[in-house]
Design a protein. Structure first.
Length: 165
């Protein structure tokens, strides 16, 4: 099940990279902002994929491998390491994703798609604030809200693509 969920999410990110590449290409007026957004998104995908790999794929394999009573301490050490990685890797990736939405908002405004651009700027600011709240208050649910916001952005990006065709 972990392979399907976490591996599937990585696959969805690959599809999103293709779609956002098309969006960035079509936003010629805001070329620098669109390219910056794409780079931010790709960086975020790399960090989040690293987290998905460790948290969803490697950690369950460690649990199976080191679940025997005589190997619990080795397994515990590896779980602590993976937990420490996730504590930093996830917020870094989500920060890049929030920056990508902000940059695409700017690119949309430069391409005279002002309403969607302003919405994207606002959404990007909210996503960035959620990352800060998640880090400062230790609220992992704020991170999950960023994923929901990215889904909302995906719908807006689709609307922007339709408008640009």
């Amino acid at each position: 099940m972990d392979l399907i969920v976490h591996g599937g999410f990585i696959f969805v990110f690959a599809l999103q990279l293709i779609c956002y590449g098309v969006l960035s290409r079509r936003l010629e007026s805001g070329r620098l902002a669109a390219r910056s957004a794409y780079v931010f998104f790709a960086s975020g995908v790399a960090w989040i994929s690293l987290n998905l790999l460790f948290d969803g794929l490697i950690q369950p394999m460690i649990a199976v491998r080191y679940g025997a009573p005589d190997q619990i301490e080795t397994g515990r050490s590896l779980f602590v390491l993976i937990g420490a990685l996730g504590r930093y890797v996830m917020p870094i990736g989500l920060t890049f994703l929030a920056l990508s939405v902000l940059a695409w908002g700017w690119a949309l405004i430069e391409a005279d798609v002002r309403t969607l651009g302003r919405i994207a700027l606002g959404l990007g600011a909210v996503l960035g604030a959620l990352v800060v709240v998640g880090i400062a208050a230790g609220m992992p649910m704020a991170f999950m809200a960023v994923f929901f916001g990215m889904a909302v952005w995906g719908g807006l990006a689709g609307a922007a693509l339709r408008r640009q065709t």
